[in-house]
Ligand binder design. Structure first.
Ligand code: PBE
Length: 267
């Protein structure tokens, strides 16, 4: 027929992010084979390169398929949809957990307590992400959000003693949600006197760093599916403080103007 298939429209390319991301491993190792998408490839890049490609295509109303996730500011900025995943390979809603190094409780009990109490809702992280997207520096956005949400932040610092400049290292990856949550955690820890170093790394080194103790904590562990491999690899070498956020989603995302609804339709 005259109509191009979706594959032909996008040259059989899905715009991905950094190769260490869980969503990349899932898409390449499970989703492509699971839906028999043999001709397709996932293009490596970064969260920001993916967002730039999406903006470029969207502004011209061109077809594009990206690896996407929620919470994320792109859903507030553009009219997008997740492709249905009838095989459920991307899994259901997940939690985002806080993971700390072994021994943090003994060495920095107040940081441990604060991190253990750190918990918020999608609407909160979305507000921080939107401030950053609108041009605020992440630290500024975190400070503004904290000043507007003192009541919630006080539930994190409840029973936490002030400290005098003890140093802590938080490891994070440059995924927009994790940039936001890591800066908010940094802000809360600094409000009780910690001197926090935020170190941006790739996903593998983020997990390895907390497992080997060179990092004190990470707040962007997507579980049980997205970071399952990292969790299994280092299990026993970290302490899992449980969810700081619930109700995430990930999958293949397209502009709403595209005439495709399911991953099955890509074949
Ligand atoms: N993400 C955002 C990450 C976790 C947070 C979905 C891009 C991933 O590992 O895929």
């Amino acid at each position: 027929g005259a109509t191009k298939s979706v594959g032909e429209q996008v040259d059989y390319k899905i715009i991905g992010i950094d190769p260490g991301a869980g969503i990349m491993n899932l898409t390449i190792n499970d989703v492509l084979p699971g839906y028999e998408l043999d001709e397709w490839e996932v293009v490596e890049g970064s969260g920001s390169a993916m967002a730039a490609a999406l903006k470029k295509a969207y502004d011209k109303e061109e077809p594009i398929i990206v690896t996407g996730w929620s919470p994320h500011w792109k859903f507030a900025s553009y009219d997008l949809k997740y492709l249905e995943d009838p095989k459920g390979i991307y899994g259901g809603a997940e939690d985002v957990n806080t993971i700390v190094r072994q021994g943090l409780k003994e060495d920095h009990p107040d940081a441990y307590k604060l991190l253990d109490q750190f918990q918020w809702e999608p609407e909160h992280i979305e507000t921080v992400m939107n401030l950053i997207q609108e041009g605020s520096e992440p630290a500024e956005a975190a400070a503004q959000w904290a000043s507007e949400n003192e009541e919630l932040v006080s539930t994190w610092t409840e029973g936490v003693n002030e400290v005098d400049g003890e140093e802590l290292t938080l490891l994070y990856v440059a995924w927009d949600d994790v940039i936001a949550s890591s800066h908010v955690a940094e802000n809360a820890l600094e409000s009780v006197g910690y001197d926090v170093k935020l170190v941006q790394v790739d996903a593998g080194p983020m997990w390895a760093g907390v497992a080997d103790g060179s990092g004190d904590a990470l707040v962007g562990a997507w579980l049980p599916t997205t970071h399952a491999d990292y969790y299994a690899e280092y299990e026993g070498k970290f302490e899992d403080l449980g969810a700081n956020l619930t109700g995430t989603k990930l999958g293949l995302v397209v502009p709403a103007y595209m005439d495709v609804d399911s991953i099955e339709d890509l074949k």
